[in-house]
Design a protein around this ligand. Sequence first.
Ligand code: F3S
Length: 394
Amino acid sequence: MYLTKEEEKILNGDQGEVRERLFRLLVRLGDIYGADKMIPVGSVQVAGVSYKSIGDPGTEFLEDIASKNVKVKVLTFLNPAGMDLENWEKIGFPKDFAKNQLRIMNAFKQMGIIVTSTCTPYLAGNLPRFREHIAWSESSAVSFSNSVIGARTNREGGPSALAAAICGRTPNYGLHLWEKRQPTIKIHVDVELEFSSDFGALGYYVGKQVKNKIPYFTGIKNANTDHLKALGAAMAASGAVALYHVDGLTPEADLVKKNSLETIDVTKKELDATYEKLNSGKNPDIVILGCPHASLREISTLADKLNGKHLKKPIWICTSRVMKEAADRMGFTKIIERAGGFIVADTCMVVSPIEQMGYKTTGVNSGKAANYLPGFCKQEVVFANINKLIEVQT
Ligand code: F3S
């Protein structure tokens, strides 16, 4: 791989041992994937933030880097942590867990990373532009930035994203290259999609069918950004899809080559079967919305629906701190809390220790969460649209 003089110097240790070690990791990755050079990145999003995911070894690794006084070179955000970083006690997160989670956040902060823990950084102050090269980790954020924004990122692992943040570069391969962003399969959608859960079910089904391919959707008549984030998140979870195009809706759809692709049709039959497949439980102990992290529109919709209601069992909606603060200001938080719900910031149902908090059956409207909750959190799942989930909790 071609390296500039400055990059050669990093490899020779001129910018310290940590940067040398992490840059070596990027060069090795680039060599494996046939990158021709390094490219600068506009921003980074680092996954592997929850104590539940990285445990003591990950915490010690981060504290070691932070102790060497190494700072990131570009705007860097974090994936969700394992708890609400401000209201963890009130919501009932375990104390020991909180202590370790706060150690992790301190280490990231020392590195100059913005401790905004969210899988929707594009809603919280880290918005890349069309065709900007970035290095993001979280699969739903990767999918959204590639597909809906038209920025360019591979799905980075936690260490390679951290290396990109500290070195300001990433190897030029995969989805950074225009020729690798062409669709490889067509999906024709012949069913009305109304709720985010419909888009989640579609994403889950398509991900299973296409695994790692780049789908080009036709037949989706209308979708807002919340629907597209639900679609991409579910496809990323069930089929590692990091980029998709939607005819008439996403920015590269008109630019890519889509002739003579094999086509898969999706009808009501497949959607109904997916709902059935993702339902393993009956009566949720808790309903958790906001996977990926909720937008302000999704929070205000929930507040409208809960206004004047009294929940018998809790509903959480997960979001970023930035959205939560706007919701506080608008009075949405009060309405939701008055009904017996919570806006939970900085974390989500999958990376927080909900199984340790006594929950056994969780209701969700997200195809991604429905996919992960049984394995990651030992939950039975009720997968349904928001109206049905509110109905079962009241
Ligand atoms: Fe985000 Fe957690 Fe879902 S990281 S995409 S809310 S599983």
